[in-house]
Write a protein that binds this ligand. Sequence first.
Ligand SMILES: *Cc1c(COP(=O)(O)O)cnc(C)c1O
Length: 242
Amino acid sequence: MPIKENIAAVRARIDAAARRAGREPAEITLVAATKVQTSQTIRQAIAAGITVCGENRVQEMCAHLEDNAYAGASLHFIGHLQTNKVRQVVGRVDLLESVGSLKLLEAVERQAAKLELVQDLLLEVNIGGELSKSGVSAQQLPALVEQCMRFEHVRLRGLMAIPPVSATPRGNREFFAKMYQLYVDIRTALGDNGRGVDCLSMGMSGDFEDAIQEGATLVRVGTALFGPRPPLHTGGTVDKHQ
Ligand SMILES: *Cc1c(COP(=O)(O)O)cnc(C)c1O
């Protein structure tokens, strides 16, 4: 598996996209979306320079944790999380990227309080307004941001989005631009309290350069690093069931 070459190629594209946008390449973190990969592949990726792994499925993540597969890297949870699985994730990941409802936010706060820790998280925005996807609407977002500020055991770090699967190249630019605006609005509204809000997670293998152009600080890349996933797991889209 040419994982080392793939990482170098993706990193070079990230750096070039950053420079085109007048940004510092170091502002953008590559998150390796490791769903369906084995513990061994994850270890190889980390040995080859991956510093952040993003997991979608609680069960896979727990198995990899048991294998100690993420040693040497940070761990983000990027998939749809059911409230009844919060216990398996809170306190075990460095960043919970996919908090897309008040109910889930409350469950995360409760679990973090129980463990006496503070969980870093991103609020997921359903920027394309798709029924099949989780995430809050742009209208609901301010209320959730306020709730994050009231809770003592969560730390809001920013926003995450999975825009619709685009039929055309550049098709998601408008969604990425909207996300950037929401991100800036939150930082402005929070003033000094918003200093820790420094993450905007958007862009995948097919569109991470556009996302960087529009202000992404985290890009979640799977296929471009690991090759295509088996059809069973891709299903053509990345939705809440993944
Ligand atoms: C799988 C996945 C990715 C990466 O998708 P690729 O198209 O393989 O790069 C990014 N984000 C989430 C939430 C995912 O589930």
